[in-house]
Write a protein of this length. Structure first.
Length: 255
């Protein structure tokens, strides 16, 4: 039996060996890795859990030669209510590309105000250290201002978010509007909350759609104020002949 880290390494390596071939070819390689790692008995259950991932992998790449980039992210978010309706947060984060090669680190500070139960206003500052191939590190300062509307209906929570930012996970500091819709479901008597979202990146200076981001994942509640989030994100670039696949791991702690 292989560990999750070993499986992810095989996942990244299988894609890295052929970045200009179709995503479907890479998916078949990864399925073979699952069979090898988990054995015949458990491969069916693993396939079912990964169906949403492979659905996203198949979108927008059929019949194309496309570059597939891969990234692993790990973060810890600390948040605290400081006064009524006002929250602060601090999130250190590390990112790796391809076969676990270190890419960059980020430090994010956030301020959130909830004047109403359904409305959230927020602002973030992000310090980025980007490690280059020559060993040098470049530093960036990024910001984000936004608002969010959400509502709970039975066990469903749905919402929409709009923010203005000069950060899109890529090089450069152009201004963007990011439009996001999201949903989650609180499973009865379960610590798991599945969630999904779709986001559009609108580049303002050129007035074009830069990329789309689809995401599926879940939060797992460890304790009353501690949870773990696991997400798969698929970035489909409208302006470039590439996709980005992101595995995101986050520990969330409310102080």
């Amino acid at each position: 039996m292989f560990t999750i880290r070993e499986l992810m390494s095989r996942f990244f390596i299988s894609y890295r060996k052929g970045k200009t071939t179709s995503t479907s070819t890479h998916s078949l390689k990864f399925l073979n890795n699952i069979r090898y790692c988990f054995g015949e008995k458990k491969q069916r259950e693993v396939y079912i859990m990964l169906l949403p991932v492979f659905f996203l992998l198949s979108q927008g790449v059929k019949g194309q030669s496309i570059e597939n980039q891969f990234q692993l992210r790990a973060a810890t978010e600390f948040s605290k209510k400081v006064v009524k309706k006002v929250y602060v947060s601090f999130t250190p984060e590390l990112r790796w590309n391809d076969a676990m090669s270190f890419d960059r680190y980020l430090l994010t500070g956030g301020l959130e105000y909830k004047p109403y139960k359904f409305l959230k206003l927020y602002g973030n500052y992000r310090f980025v250290g980007d490690k280059k191939s020559d060993g040098k590190t470049e530093y960036f300062h990024r910001f984000q201002l936004g608002s969010e509307l959400s509502d709970k209906i039975n066990r469903w929570e749905t919402g929409a978010r709009l923010n203005c930012t000069n950060y899109t996970d890529d090089e450069g500091s152009d201004m963007f509007f990011r439009y996001k819709v999201f949903t989650s479901y609180n499973i009865r008597k379960s610590k798991i909350t599945p969630q999904a979202s779709f986001e559009v990146f609108h580049q303002l200076d050129k007035n074009i759609i830069y990329k789309y981001r689809s995401s599926v994942g879940f939060d797992y509640k460890l304790k009353k104020k501690i949870s773990v989030g696991v997400d798969y994100r698929f970035d489909y670039y409208k302006t470039k002949n590439k996709n980005r696949h992101i595995v995101d791991l986050e520990l969330k702690i409310r102080l």
